[in-house]
Design a protein around this ligand. Structure first.
Ligand SMILES: *[C@@H]1O[C@H](CO)[C@@H](O)[C@H](O)[C@H]1NC(C)=O
Ligand SMILES: *[C@@H]1O[C@H](CO)[C@@H](O)[C@H](O)[C@H]1NC(C)=O
Length: 460
C-alpha cells in the first residue's frame, strides 16, 4: 500500500506546480484583504443587505443598541464666569453648546442667577435642572470663608510656579466633589425625576461645561451599557477584590517626564502635600465619576485632605494635584484611561507618522481628536464611536499604505482610524510604572477631624 505523502511525490511535476500556484493566489487574496481592510473590520456597520459584497452576510439584523437605561446616568456640571478667564466668554458659549445641545442624558447644572437664561437657551428642551443658589464660587459651602486665603495662596512666592489665572478658578475646581455628591442627592427631587419617587442614578459623572470643544455625536453619553461593562471589567482587573460601587474613574492625560515622576511618585507621602509628581498632575480634572457610594466617599476624602493641607499652608489651588494625591493613596479604588500609554496593546496597530505625535489630530491610537477628551469617545457606544471615528479620519491624510524606500516599518498596517484602548486599574498601572517594590503610601491624614482651617500662615 502507498501512503498519501508518497502519492503526492509521485504526481507529475506540472500538477504540483499548478496546485502551488493556486494556493499562492488564494492566500495572496486572503492576506491582501486582511491587511488593507483593518478599519472596515473594526467598524460595526448598520445592516444593509444591498451592500454586503465582501462581507460575510448574517441572517440576523444586528440588534439596535437600546438606550433604555440611559436615565440611570446623571451628569453634573457648572459654569461660573470669571472676571479674568483663560478663555473668552464666546468660546465658552460655543463649547457649552456642543455639550448642552448634544448630550441627552440628565444634567444637573450649577450656575449663578445671571447665567440661567443662557444655559436654558443652550440646553433647549433637553432634560436639565439648573441650580442657581450660588452667585459666586465662594458661596459654595466647602469654599465659604476661604476667599482671603485663596488670594494669599495664589500670591505666595512659594507657589509662584503653580499660581492660577484667578483665585476663584481654584474655588470652582475645588467645588466639583461637593457639586457631584449634592446633585446626586437632590436630583431625584427635581423636575429631572418627573415626579417619579423611585428615580435612582446608578452612575454619576462630573463633566466640565467646556469639555466638548467640537461638534460631536455624544447623545447618550456617558453611555450606560458601555460604562457598566467597563465597571464590570474593572472588577475583573482587580481580581474581584473591588466592587463596582467602589471604583472611581479619572482619566489620565500624561504621567510627566519619565524617570522624574517615577522617583517622585515612589517617595511621595501625604504629609508632603498635594501630589504633582514629575511636574504634571496625573489626573485630568475635566471628568470624573462612578457609582453613588463612590461619589460620597470621594467628597469626604477630598475635603478631608483639602482642609488638612490648607491648614499647613500648602497649595491646594489645582484640583488635579489633589486628585493625583488621592489616586496615589487609594490606587486600588481608581480606574482610568490613558491615551498615550506607551504599553497600550492598541497602539501597535497604527502607522501614525512619527512627526504627527504631538498634534491633536493624531495620537498613538490613530486619529482620535484632541488627546485630552479621548475619554468622551471611550465612554460612548459603538455606533457613536463609529460616527466620531469617521469624522476624525476625514480630517487627516492617511499615510500611503506602501513600503516607502528604505522604510518598511508598518507598511502592512491598517488605517489610522481611532482605536479603542483598554481600561486600566490604577493600582496595576502604578505597580508597573513605579516598580513592584512600590507600596501604597499610608493615608495618615484621612481619619482625622479636619475642619476648615483658620489663621493659615502663608509665606508672602
Ligand atoms: C494669581 O497669581 C498670578 C501669579 O502671581 C497672578 O498673575 C494673578 O494675577 C493672580 N490672580 C489673582 C486673581 O490674584
Ligand atoms: C442647590 O444646591 C444646594 C446644594 O446641593 C442645595 O442645598 C439647594 O437646595 C439647591 N437649591 C435648589 C433651589 O435646588
Amino acid at each position: 500500500m502507498v501512503s498519501i505523502p508518497s502519492r503526492i511525490t509521485l504526481l507529475p511535476r506540472t500538477v504540483k506546480v499548478a496546485v502551488l500556484i493556486v494556493f499562492l493566489i488564494i492566500s495572496g487574496l486572503f492576506f491582501s484583504s486582511a491587511s488593507w481592510d483593518t478599519y472596515d473590520r473594526f467598524t460595526l456597520r448598520p445592516f444593509d443587505s444591498s451592500s454586503t459584497s465582501g462581507y460575510p452576510t448574517s441572517n440576523y439584523p444586528p440588534k439596535p443598541i437600546s438606550h433604555s437605561d440611559q436615565d440611570k446616568v446623571l451628569v453634573v456640571s457648572a459654569f461660573f464666569p470669571l472676571p479674568k478667564s483663560n478663555h473668552q466668554i464666546s468660546d465658552y458659549e460655543a463649547w457649552i453648546s456642543y455639550f448642552l445641545s448634544t448630550v441627552k442624558t440628565d444634567i444637573y447644572f450649577y450656575t449663578p442667577p445671571n447665567m440661567v437664561s443662557m444655559i436654558r437657551r443652550l440646553r433647549g428642551d433637553l432634560p436639565i435642572y439648573i441650580n442657581s443658589s450660588y452667585s459666586s464660587p465662594f458661596d459654595v459651602p466647602p469654599m465659604q470663608g476661604l476667599e482671603e486665603d485663596y488670594i494669599l495662596m495664589n500670591k505666595s512666592s512659594k507657589f509662584s510656579h503653580r499660581a492660577v489665572h484667578h483665585h476663584a478658578m481654584s474655588a470652582i475646581w475645588n467645588s466639583k466633589p461637593f457639586f457631584m455628591d449634592e446633585a446626586m442627592r437632590h436630583a431625584p427631587d427635581t423636575s429631572l425625576a418627573f415626579g417619579r419617587k423611585d428615580k435612582h442614578y446608578e452612575y454619576v459623572f462630573w463633566s466640565d461645561a467646556g469639555g466638548m470643544r467640537e461638534p460631536n455625536f455624544y447623545e447618550h453619553w456617558p453611555e450606560y451599557n458601555r460604562v457598566d461593562a467597563l465597571w464590570e471589567e474593572a472588577r475583573k482587573l482587580s481580581g474581584y477584590m473591588i466592587q463596582k460601587d467602589e471604583f472611581f474613574f479619572i482619566p489620565i492625560a500624561e504621567m510627566g517626564s519619565w524617570g522624574k515622576y517615577k522617583d517622585e511618585g515612589r517617595s511621595w507621602k501625604d504629609v508632603h502635600g498635594p501630589a504633582n509628581p514629575g511636574q504634571v498632575p496625573w489626573s485630568e480634572g475635566s471628568f470624573l465619576g462612578g457609582q453613588p457610594s463612590a461619589i460620597s466617599w470621594f467628597r469626604e476624602i477630598y475635603y478631608t485632605y483639602h482642609n488638612a493641607w490648607l491648614a499647613e499652608a500648602m497649595f491646594v489651588g489645582v484640583d488635579q494635584d489633589l486628585f493625583s494625591a488621592i489616586m496615589l493613596l487609594y490606587s486600588h479604588r481608581f480606574i482610568t484611561v490613558w491615551l498615550t500609554d506607551p504599553e497600550a496593546p492598541a497602539r501597535h496597530h497604527t502607522s501614525v507618522p512619527e512627526a504627527a505625535g504631538s498634534s491633536d489630530r493624531w495620537s498613538p491610537l490613530g486619529a482620535c481628536g484632541a488627546h485630552w477628551y479621548y475619554y468622551e469617545w471611550f465612554l460612548s457606544d459603538g455606533e457613536t464611536r463609529d460616527k466620531m471615528r469617521d469624522k476624525w479620519i476625514g480630517q487627516i491624510e492617511e499615510p500611503q499604505n506602501q513600503p516607502v524606500q528604505g522604510n518598511w516599518d508598518g507598511w502592512w498596517k491598517g488605517s489610522n482610524a481611532c482605536r479603542l484602548t483598554n481600561l486600566i486599574w490604577l493600582q496595576q498601572l502604578l505597580k508597573r510604572e513605579l516598580g513592584d517594590s512600590w507600596i501604597t503610601p499610608e493615608a495618615t491624614l484621612a481619619n482625622l477631624e479636619n475642619p476648615k482651617p483658620k489663621n493659615i500662615k502663608w509665606v508672602p
